[in-house]
Design a protein around this ligand. Structure first.
Ligand code: FES
Length: 234
């Protein structure tokens, strides 16, 4: 159990949660959060936004009953945290771009802190949030509102591109990686999938991901996959 330090509404349906306790994890990993009894709502998977001296931070979007209950948490309330889970982003060297769309920026602040000199690209359909927190960690910060943030990124400039956002954005990043490769670029593109999850530990198959080598699980095999491994069906 952790204790809520703060749970601040940033913009429409987006909250920043800060929890006291001895928590950590690798970049791109997630925790299962629970602020209610055993039934009927499953714990919610939320990626690590940052780790600080007093605890751990998360960004989440209210999309259902569980996250709605999270949004009601107040300072001093108890919250259940299990984790960290998932593979996370790999340890890399070379030039790195972090590309996030909407709530998909959540895991990238931790990446920006751990990967000095990365370039950060953040896209929002409406009001941006948490952009200033990236500024002190990024070599270059690009923010787009209402457009397509991927249009701002030249993949061939980077050895590695980490992407997190809605599925259409991930699919577009995959295609962009393919065309960069066919133009001679050696860029590795990693996608963090925000698949629906239930158990978070590989037991229920709810988070199944179609990959070139068969079905895999976002919670234990991912949530981070090499873009070329993933098969998008829509
Ligand atoms: Fe249950 Fe992945 S969430 S197997």
């Amino acid at each position: 159990m952790g204790t809520v330090i703060s749970n601040e509404r940033l913009t429409d349906g987006v909250y920043h949660l800060n929890v006291e306790g001895d928590y950590g994890g690798r970049i791109g990993q997630f925790y299962m959060l629970r602020a209610w009894g055993a039934y009927p709502i499953l714990s919610r998977p939320v990626s690590i936004h940052a780790v600080n001296d007093n605890g751990i931070e998360f960004l989440y979007h209210v999309v259902g009953e569980g996250t709605e209950l999270l949004s009601r948490l107040e300072q001093g309330d108890a919250i259940g945290l299990e984790g960290p889970f998932g593979n996370g982003f790999p340890e890399v060297e070379g030039r790195v771009a972090l590309v996030g769309g909407g709530i998909g920026i959540a895991p990238l602040l931790y990446c920006a802190r751990e990967l000095p000199n990365c370039d950060v690209y953040l896209g929002f359909s409406r009001e941006p949030f948490r952009t200033e927190e990236f500024r002190s960690h990024a070599a270059k910060l690009t923010v787009d509102v209402g457009g397509l943030i991927l249009d701002s990124v030249d993949f061939s400039e980077y050895d590695h591109v980490f992407v997190c956002g809605p599925h259409p954005m991930l699919k577009a990043a995959q295609l962009k990686g393919i065309s960069a490769e066919s133009a001679g670029s050696k860029t590795n593109v990693y996608l963090s999938l925000e698949n629906r999850m239930a158990c978070g530990i590989g037991a229920c198959l709810v988070c199944s991901v179609s990959c070139r080598d068969g079905q895999r699980k976002a919670c234990t095999d991912g949530p981070v996959f090499l873009a070329e491994e993933v098969l998008f069906h829509d």
